[in-house]
Write a protein that binds this ligand. Structure first.
Ligand code: TMP
Ligand code: ASP
Length: 236
């Protein structure tokens, strides 16, 4: 496999072509943004943590029946993945009220929800990734019903698997965001990343934030928190 030209640069990752049109290389950066790009910074070592954690979690999910784009970890920051067409939805699952859910609904942060919830945002930077319902997704042609059904089933399954797994390492999974992609034959697979950038992790004993909220809210200690999550999950 040969890494070729850069196809895309996002806020946290770059994507490169390879000599195989079905595969691309993802390269994780230390760059961090918050508030729709309003706040910009760096979390040293983040790219390594997010790459390694994402791969570890995706491998585990694949073994438990959730298909993913993961192919092979190439280096500390680079991973070979299947090229997909990203479904332009941010799929958010919540177990406990936090973040935008508390702001929108006035529910105190930390309130345990009676059942896990799912919500969709339309991936559209110009309109700030607006919250939509699944009829909007169908009406706009972002996905078809069968895809929404598959995505919803996988998202809740990921929640069950990850919640139990993380609790074994003293971490409560509060909420998280997933993205899905279509393979050329239309199969839906889990794509993007699963990391402290895209999940809320609270220490099960102390409630301490072990995620990007430390950066978003200027609380400090984000570098250490990312390292702590990697140490707990990967033992280093
Ligand atoms: P929210 O409470 O701000 O809507 O965030 C819900 C979850 O989604 C949280 O775990 C952080 C994650 N998230 C992203 O991965 N990317 C984003 O751009 C935003 C706003 C949230
Ligand atoms: N992705 C969001 C942004 O770029 C940051 C976040 O995770 O809250 O602003």
């Amino acid at each position: 496999m040969e890494k070729r030209e850069q196809l895309y640069e996002g806020k946290a990752k770059k994507v490169f072509a390879t000599d195989d049109p079905a595969l691309v290389v993802v390269d994780y950066k230390d760059d961090a943004t918050a508030g729709d790009g309003a706040k910009k910074g760096t979390i040293r070592g983040k790219g390594v943590v997010n790459n390694r954690l994402t791969n570890n979690l995706m491998k585990m999910l694949a073994e438990k029946g959730v298909p993913t784009h993961f192919v092979e970890e190439l280096s500390e920051r680079e991973t070979l993945v299947k090229k997909v067409e990203i479904v332009p939805l941010e799929v958010i699952v919540r177990n406990v009220a936090a973040g935008s859910f508390t702001k929108r609904l006035g529910v105190p942060e930390g309130t345990v929800l009676k059942i896990p919830t799912i919500e969709f945002s339309y991936k559209n930077d110009a309109y700030h990734d607006p919250l939509i319902n699944h009829y909007h997704a169908l009406a706009l042609g972002l996905a078809v019903q069968e895809e929404i059904d598959t995505i919803t089933k996988y998202a809740f399954r990921v929640n069950e698997i990850l919640s139990e797994y993380l609790l074994g390492f003293g971490i409560r999974l509060i909420d998280f965001k997933l993205e899905f992609g279509r393979l050329p034959d239309g199969t839906i697979v889990l794509a993007d990343e699963i990391s402290p950038d895209t999940c809320r992790f609270w220490d099960a004993k102390t409630g301490a934030h072990l995620d990007k909220d430390l950066f978003r809210r200027d609380l400090g200690g984000e570098e250490e928190a990312y390292q702590e999550v990697m140490k707990r999950l990967l033992g280093e």
